[in-house]
Design a protein around this ligand. Structure first.
Ligand code: AMP
Length: 566
């Protein structure tokens, strides 16, 4: 069947684009690309629903670039021809990176500028004065530049893209978006990409699209069970800590792993807990400065870290909260609006933060829901960070009795008509790791409220320093940026050195064979990062199978294995 699929070289694309696609190693278009690119090249407006990781960025970026290259053959004047609106700065940076990759052989002809960062408007003015062919930004940023006439679109714009349109509403950008549309010409081609086709998105369709083709490609918003393995295990608060310690310390879970928790405070609690055992992890949340966040994701993609502990934020989980806040703020005037939203979001939180949405973590082997996600959408977006493009992935959710209701909602939404549950039971015999409970409690005792508070402050201070003071330096010396790690120990909790080691007698006999020797010493920064796209040992335990699926206890049979010698 695959042979019948349209190939990139059959789409009438410019050779420079085809070369870039080949350089990226993309052998064939993804489903959304196969359908959307030819329609877009015919000049049609598109409303596309596609699950995260489906290749939707390139689905609009390729026709945008193609159209600019074609226009430039006849019109020489430099002007902004395409505007791409995104809900978050992280996504803005990612879109810019993708366009840069796709234009690597025509970067003089197609220039892209990302104005979603919070730099001074005046600092971004010179970039816009050069009239880049493509401008990427959040609606509020774009509107600010349109209002000051740093950006003028009413005569030049040919294409408009709204990416993650449903999230644009969740973040309260609706009014900004409508105002932006007043600055656009009468005729332009538009693409609306959205994970869900909500009523809000339908309304946006009326506003921005003209006779669009609607692409609803996947019935399911997550890959099927042969690509994405979803598991659940019932465990209460203390057992969650015990289980994650065992899974990570004994390397029962392999490959890059995203661990999602419910709140920022939990990020640090878990980080400090794992730190006790010499397990380094980065935290990622809305309190960290944008540069740090992007740097963490970049380094994670390059293979510097195995574990990220992340939150998805309230505004993401509960659009109603954001809507209320935004409505109140709108009444209080534009300037106050921003302040109010950030106050509601908590100290220094960034309303445009969105880890579980849009942001492209590459080669994530596992997602662990340490805390069960608050909504079905949040489950889909968290779990959608793994099994992207054609890669396999696993998701494991820890479920306490208070989270059972949310589990049922997810099951109901994902199972559809099928009788089987979507989350298969993760058959882990907790009693076999009872020997670790004492150490686990010992470590938890050190992670006091005060220690968590201190860690949170220390991390923000550290990251602000990294982000601001060093920003200019790193712009000039990008190689040195590699020296900056975000998974360093924070240390506010009392460290008990013995906890870093696991005496062999504590490892259950049945687990010894499955365990990988894990040095308590972290990998040093000097270690060569793994090549992008290659994840060491991903999904392979010693038997060469998916560890989440194949992990079994083999009674008294003790396979020959090596315990932690660190
Ligand atoms: P997106 O859905 O745009 O966030 O893309 C998800 C991931 O798929 C990104 O890492 C892209 O680099 C990758 N990707 C996009 N198109 C293709 C393709 N045709 N073949 C392989 N990977 C792709």
């Amino acid at each position: 069947m695959d042979d019948e699929r349209l190939q990139f070289h059959e789409m009438g694309l410019d050779d420079r684009l085809l070369k870039a696609v080949a350089d990226l190693g993309w052998s064939r278009p993804t489903l959304i690309q196969e359908k959307a690119i030819p329609l877009a090249l015919e000049g049609k407006d598109l409303l596309a629903r596609a699950r995260t990781g489906s290749g939707k960025t390139a689905a609009y970026a390729i026709p945008v670039i193609q159209r600019i290259l074609t226009s430039k053959q006849s019109v020489r004047e430099q002007d902004v021809r395409a505007l791409i609106l995104v809900p978050t700065k992280e996504l803005g940076q990612q879109v810019q990176t993708m366009i840069r990759q796709l234009t690597m052989f025509c970067s003089r002809d197609v220039r892209v500028a990302n104005i979603s960062s919070k730099a001074d408007l005046s600092a971004q003015r010179p970039i816009l004065m050069e009239k880049p062919d493509v401008v990427v930004g959040t609606p509020s940023r774009v509107l600010a530049h349109l209002s000051t006439q740093n950006l003028v679109l009413h005569s030049s714009l040919e294409m408009l893209v709204v990416d993650e349109a449903d999230l644009i509403f969740s973040f309260g950008f609706e009014a900004d978006l409508k105002n932006v549309s007043c600055h656009l010409p009468k005729i332009y081609q538009s693409f609306l990409m959205s994970a869900t086709l909500t009523e809000d998105v339908q309304a946006l369709k009326e506003l921005l699209l003209h006779n669009p083709v609607i692409l609803k490609l996947q019935g399911s918003q997550l890959p099927n069970s042969s690509q994405l393995h979803q598991y659940g295990i019932k465990c209460e608060e203390e057992d969650k800590f015990l289980l994650i310690y065992t899974l990570l310390k004994l390397r029962l879970i392999q490959g890059k792993t995203l661990v999602f928790v419910g709140e920022v405070e939990r990020c640090y609690r878990l980080k400090l807990f794992l730190e006790q055992f010499g397990i380094p992890a980065c935290v990622l949340n809305s309190e960290l400065p944008i540069h740090s966040r992007c740097h963490i994701i970049t380094q994670f993609n390059q293979g510097f870290y195995d574990y990220i502990i992340a939150t998805d934020e309230q505004c993401l989980a509960d659009p109603a909260t954001t809507a209320q806040t935004t409505a109140a703020a709108a009444a209080a005037g534009k300037q106050k609006k921003k302040k109010k939203v950030s106050e509601k979001g908590g100290r220094g939180k960034d309303k445009e933060y969105g880890v579980s949405r849009g942001v492209d973590f590459q080669n994530v082997s596992n997602v662990i829901n340490f805390d069960f996600p608050p909504t079905v959408n949040s489950y889909i977006h968290r779990v959608g960070r793994t099994a992207r493009a054609d890669n396999p992935g696993s998701a494991l959710s820890f479920i306490s009795h208070t989270e059972l209701e949310k589990l049922s909602e997810v099951e109901e939404a994902l199972a559809g008509d099928k009788a089987d549950s979507v989350l298969k039971p993760y058959k882990f015999k907790m009693e076999e790791i009872e020997g670790f409970r004492y150490r686990c409690r010992d470590a938890m005792r050190s992670v006091t409220k005060q220690a968590v508070k201190e860690a949170r402050l220390k991390e923000i201070k550290q990251e602000l320093l990294n982000s601001e003071k060093l920003k200019t330096y790193f712009e000039d010396n990008p190689r040195d940026l590699q020296l900056l790690r975000h998974d360093k120990d924070l240390h506010p909790a009392v460290i008990k050195p013995h906890l870093k080691n696991i005496p062999e007698y504590l490892v259950p006999a049945s687990l010894r064979g499955a365990m990988h020797p894990l040095s308590a010493k972290r990998r040093r920064w000097r270690e060569k990062p793994k090549a992008e796209g290659v994840v060491k040992g991903s999904f392979k335990n010693i038997q060469g199978k998916n560890p989440l699926r194949s992990f079994r206890y083999i009674g008294g049979r003790n396979r020959k294995g090596e315990a932690d010698k660190s």
